[in-house]
Every structure is written in C-alpha cells, then in structure tokens.
Write a protein that binds this ligand. Structure first.
Ligand code: BGC
Length: 370
C-alpha cells in the first residue's frame, strides 16, 4: 500500500494513513473541507482579492501573477497582485499582506516566500474577516490559513524520483548508478515535500546499494539550495564534481527539484567537461522543454499554472457567494497547527517521449515539441 504522508511540518516523517489515490477519488466526489472556515455570508462581488506571491524564482510565478490579474478582473473582483523582492522577500510579503488587509481584502491568496514567517499577518487577516488561501506553497504554524490549492507536491517528488531511476536504467540497464541529490529552498515548505516524495522512491534503492550517492550527501540540510537560486545550485554542483568526481568516477544522474536548478546543474557538468547525466526537473519552463527536446535535461513536471490559478479563482467565487469552496483532500497537509483543507491537482511527468502529448493544449510549449 502506498502511504500518504502528512505533507506539512512532518513531510518526511512517515505517517501511514491511507492511499492517496483512495483519498483523492473519495474526496473528489463532491466532498468539501471539514473545517475550511471562511466567509459563510459571502461578500460584495466587486470586493478586493489580494494575491501575495514570492519572488519570481521560476516562470510559474510570473505566469501566475498575470493570470490572477486578468482572471480576478474578469470575475468582477478588484485585485492587488504583489511580488516579494528577491533579497527582501519576507519583509516585503509581510508588508504587502498587511496592506491588503488595510484595503479591506475579502480573500488573500498567498504563495509564501517563507512558510513559517506569516502567522502574524494571517492572524490579522482572519481578525479582519478575510479568508486566507495558501497557493502552491503551504503557510505553516498557524491555525489561520483556511484553504490550500496546489499540485500534489508529494506526488511531484515521487514522479521525479521515478524519472531519475527510469532515465538511468534506459541509458545503462544495470546498476549500481551513481547520483547526486538536490532539494529546494529550506524556507519553502514544498522543498521537503518534493524531497520526501523523491526519497520514497530512491531510498530503498540507496539502502540496497543499487543507487550510490557519490558525495554521500543525502540529508536535506546538505542538498538544499537557498532561495531556489540557479547560482547556488551551480556552485554546489561545481564543488561536488571537484570533491567526489575528480578521479573519473561517472555521474549517472542528478535529482533536481526544478527546471531552473536543473539547467544550472547541467551548465556545471558541461563546464567540467563531463558526460551529461540524467537530470530531473519541474515547471515545464521554456528553456527546459527545449533542453529536453534536445536530449539534455531528462524530465520535467507539467503543473499547468492556468489550472491552478483557475481553481483558486473558483474558490474565491464560492466564498463571494457565501458557499463553502470545494476541496478534495482533508488529510494530507498538516501545517503544524491544523490540517488545511486542500484542493490538489495531479502533476504530470514529461520526458521527450510524451512531451508533444503533454503540452498539446499549451500554445506556448506545444510548438517546441514539433
Ligand atoms: C514551486 C515550484 C517552483 C519553486 C521555485 C516551489 O514552491 O512549487 O514549482 O519551481 O517553488 O520557484
């Protein structure tokens, strides 16, 4: 039986509950969150919906901001879409949320820069009568977040782990395979969820000796890339290549949590004159889709931002009418203070083999696969 993991604070601690597929299929059939809270009475249709997004660390955030601006306007809401700055992001986001509260926002959507640094602001939002929706990244250690809308992050990690194994096997049918592991920024709650999902697949193979981590760095503290910054990933890969691969040992694969870091890792490996390993990714960024089609990056994940934003706007519309928003998972995302009712969308693994099919309905990416 597959395990469902509490994907918040204890993301990597295995808490066996029930299979995710069972959870999703049961709960997608019309059930709604148990304790979503939120505005039971509804509010005026032209109310303000605030959207506080992190720094533009990947293309999906840029797209999300544009889609929220146009989609919320089309739905009749007033909008205030803000991004945190790259170096002052926590303070920026705190101030932006406070300002949305002052302006009377009825719904505040938050893609957290630092999951654990917003409890004061979301408490104020609740006191002011706003509903708080965590978008893509969970907000942790607070009872004041009402809903979570995201792709199934643990599943993303599992797909990445499996793609790494599949890609290495296709290239070199018998192991052991030598790999390096990377994870995202430690302040983003998703990072440990992605890593937990990937390790669900990789750890048994590491324990058996089928997969060897060349540097022996398997702890998330060692693999983390602060700020999801490409330069930090490139530096770490440079130093791993110097320390663990200078004797000609072959690097077969790299677990990369997203596309930005995948391309930085590939740049480092190329710079060192080493053969291209199997490298995973996430986000379906344009440059990574090109790289996949060129046979360089091995895989990415399609998390269609258009669907995630649309789902969040659907939630805002339900709240406006005084209805309880639909959720399909009320078990998986414990934020350290409560289980946050979630609407989870399914991520899709993409390699060169299925890219054309996966992006068939995406006018930006589809032409790249021809
Ligand atoms: C998102 C990823 C993204 C990363 C860096 C994560 O929280 O889920 O899609 O690659 O942030 O921006």
């Amino acid at each position: 039986m597959r395990r469902t993991i509490i994907r918040g604070i204890a993301a990597v601690g295995a808490v066996a509950l029930l299979t995710l597929s069972t959870a999703c299929s049961n709960q997608r059939e019309g059930a709604t969150g148990a304790d979503g809270g939120g505005a039971a009475k509804g509010f005026a249709q032209d109310s303000l919906v605030g959207v506080a997004l992190p720094a533009k660390t990947s293309e999906n955030w840029v797209l999300a901001g544009d889609l929220f601006t146009s989609g919320l306007k089309d739905a009749g809401f007033k909008t205030d879409v803000q991004y945190a700055g790259a170096s002052t992001s926590v303070a920026d986001q705190q101030a932006q949320i406070s300002s949305m509260i002052t302006k009377g926002a009825k719904v505040i959507v938050i893609g957290a820069t630092d999951a654990s640094q917003l409890s004061t602001q979301v408490a104020q939002a609740k006191q002011a009568g706003a509903t708080v929706i965590a978008y893509d990244r969970l907000v942790t250690n607070t009872p004041d977040v009402d809903y979570y809308v995201a792709f199934d992050n643990y599943k993303v990690g599992q797909l990445q782990g499996q793609a790494l194994v599949d890609g290495m096997k296709a290239k070199k049918p018998t192991g052991p395979w030598t790999v390096e592991l990377f994870s995202g920024s430690p302040d983003d709650n998703n990072s440990k969820v992605f890593f937990g999902g990937a390790m669900d697949v990789l750890k048994p193979l590491i324990d058996k000796g089928d997969i060897v981590v060349g540097s022996e760095q398997t702890d998330i503290k060692q693999t983390a890339i602060q700020g999801w910054k490409a330069e930090n990933a490139q530096q770490r890969m440079d130093s791993l290549l110097t320390s663990a691969y200078n004797s000609g040992k072959q690097l077969d694969g790299v677990l990369s949590p997203n596309d930005t870091l995948a391309r930085a890792i590939l740049t480092s490996v190329k710079g060192a004159g080493k053969p291209t390993p199997i490298v995973t990714g996430q986000d379906s960024e344009v440059e990574s889709v090109k790289s996949i089609m060129a046979g360089e990056q091995y895989s990415t994940i399609n998390k269609d931002t258009r669907k995630l934003v649309a789902q969040t706007i659907t939630m805002a519309k339900s709240l406006q009418k005084g209805d309880k928003p639909e959720t399909n998972d009320i078990k998986s995302y414990n934020n350290g203070s409560k289980v946050v009712p979630a609407y989870l969308l399914p991520p899709v693994i993409v390699t060169k083999q299925n890219a054309a099919e996966a992006y068939a309905n995406d006018p930006k990416l589809s032409p790249l696969t021809k």
